[in-house]
Design a protein around this ligand. Structure first.
Ligand code: FAD
Length: 317
C-alpha cells in the first residue's frame, strides 16, 4: 500500500488561506441585515402558504418585511389586511407597498391613514405600472399623485413613516437616459424618501456601477440590493424581460436542461443566490432585500449562510 503524501503548504498558499479567512462573508456574523418581500395571498386557499413563509422567516429578525400592492391597486384591501395581521401576530415591522395608479390623492391618502391606524410605520412608495400593462404609456390618474416624488411627500405629510422607494441598477425600461433615472431618484429623495430598494439583478457589477452614479449625484440614502432567488428560471426570465433586468447567458446555462428536474433546479438556485450574496458581502454590502415569492426555504437557507439564526422565542408554534 502506498503511504499518503503529506504536502507542506508553501508560503503562497498559506498567505492565501490567511487572506480568504478575512473575507467578510466568512466573518459576517451579526453584521448582515435583511428584509423580505411577500405578496398578498390571492384567495383564502393561498393564505396558509403565505403565512407559512412569513412564520418561517420572521424568527430571523428581519429589519422589516414588505407586502406588495397589486397592479392598478388591485390588492388594496388584501395588502392592508396582510400588513395589519403582521402587526398583530408578529414582532416584525411591516412595510406596505403603495402605488399612485388608479386612485385620486384623497383615496391614496385614505389608504395611508388606514396603514397608520393599523400600526404600520413603513411604506414602499411607487408610481406603479401603467394600467394597460408594462410597455403601455403611463398616464397619471386624474386628480391622483402625478409622480412618486409627490406621493412620497404626501405620505410624509400624513405621518412620520419610513418611506422606501424603488431604484433600478439597469435603469427603468421607460427611462430615456441615465440622467432621467437618477433625476427621478433624486426627486424622490428630496421629497423625503429614507431608503431605496433595487430591482433585482444578477451581475453585481451593475449594482456597484449604479451605486457610483447615485453617489456621484449626491444621493446619500441606503440603496438596498433586491435579490431574487430563482425559484423558476423561465418565470424569472420572463419577469426580468418586462422589468428591464438582464438575464446573463451564464445564468441560463446553469439552469439549462433542468426543466423537469425540480430537485436539481433548487440546488442550483441556492448555489446561484449564495454566490451572488457572498460576493456582495465581500464587497461591503450589509443589507439585503429578498423577493421571497411567498416561499421561505431558499431564502431561509441563504440567510443561514449569511449568519442569521432564528430567535427561538419568535418561532411560530
Ligand atoms: P418611479 O421611480 O417614479 O419612476 C421609474 C422610472 O421611470 C424613473 O427612474 C425614470 O426612468 C422613469 N420616469 C418616471 N417619471 C419620469 C419623468 N417624469 N421623466 C422621465 N422619466 C421618468 N409595482 C406594483 O404595482 N406594486 C408593487 O408593490 C411594486 N413593488 C415594487 C418594489 C420594488 C422594490 C421595485 C423596484 C418595483 C416595484 N413595483 C411595484 C414596480 C413599479 O411599480 C414599476 O417598475 C413602475 O413601472 C415604476 O414605478 P416606480 O415607483 O419605480 O417609478
Amino acid at each position: 500500500m502506498m503511504s499518503p503524501i503529506i504536502r507542506t503548504p508553501h508560503t503562497e498558499s498559506l498567505s492565501s488561506v490567511r487572506v480568504s479567512s478575512l473575507r467578510p462573508s466568512r466573518n459576517a456574523w451579526g453584521t448582515v441585515r435583511v428584509s423580505f418581500e411577500f405578496f398578498p395571498a390571492k384567495n383564502a386557499e393561498a393564505e396558509p402558504a403565505l403565512w407559512e413563509a412569513i412564520n418561517r422567516l420572521t424568527p430571523l429578525q428581519p429589519e422589516f418585511v414588505t407586502v406588495t400592492y397589486g397592479a392598478g391597486g388591485s390588492t388594496r384591501e388584501r395588502t392592508l389586511n396582510t400588513v395589519s395581521r403582521i402587526v398583530r401576530e408578529t414582532n416584525v415591522a411591516p412595510a406596505a407597498h403603495l402605488t399612485c395608479v388608479g386612485a385620486t390623492r384623497a383615496e391614496v391618502d385614505d389608504i395611508v391613514r388606514a396603514f397608520w391606524a393599523a400600526g404600520v410605520r413603513r411604506i414602499v412608495a411607487l408610481r406603479g405600472d401603467p394600467p394597460g400593462g408594462v410597455g403601455a404609456r403611463y398616464e397619471p390618474f386624474p386628480g391622483g399623485y402625478q409622480t412618486t416624488a409627490e406621493l412620497v411627500a404626501g405620505i410624509k405629510k400624513i405621518g412620520n413613516f419610513n418611506v422606501a422607494v424603488s431604484a433600478y441598477p439597469e435603469s427603468h425600461p421607460e427611462s430615456g437616459s441615465w440622467q432621467a433615472d437618477i433625476d427621478v431618484l433624486k426627486a424622490k429623495v428630496d421629497a423625503g424618501a429614507d431608503m431605496a430598494i433595487t430591482q433585482f439583478f444578477f451581475e453585481n457589477d451593475l449594482y456597484f456601477r449604479y451605486l457610483d452614479r447615485v453617489r456621484a449625484a449626491g444621493i446619500p440614502i441606503p440603496i438596498i440590493p433586491g435579490i431574487v432567488p430563482v425559484q423558476n428560471f423561465r418565470q424569472t426570465a420572463n419577469f426580468a424581460q418586462k422589468t428591464g433586468a438582464s438575464v446573463p447567458q451564464w445564468l441560463a446555462d446553469r439552469f439549462e436542461g433542468l426543466d423537469d428536474d425540480a430537485a436539481t433546479r433548487r440546488l442550483i438556485a441556492a448555489a446561484v443566490a449564495a454566490e451572488q450574496v457572498i460576493d456582495l458581502v465581500d464587497r461591503g454590502v450589509q443589507d439585503f432585500h429578498f423577493y421571497t415569492m411567498n416561499r421561505a426555504d431558499l431564502v431561509y437557507a441563504i440567510c443561514h449562510l449569511l449568519g442569521l439564526r432564528p430567535n427561538e422565542a419568535l418561532q411560530a408554534a
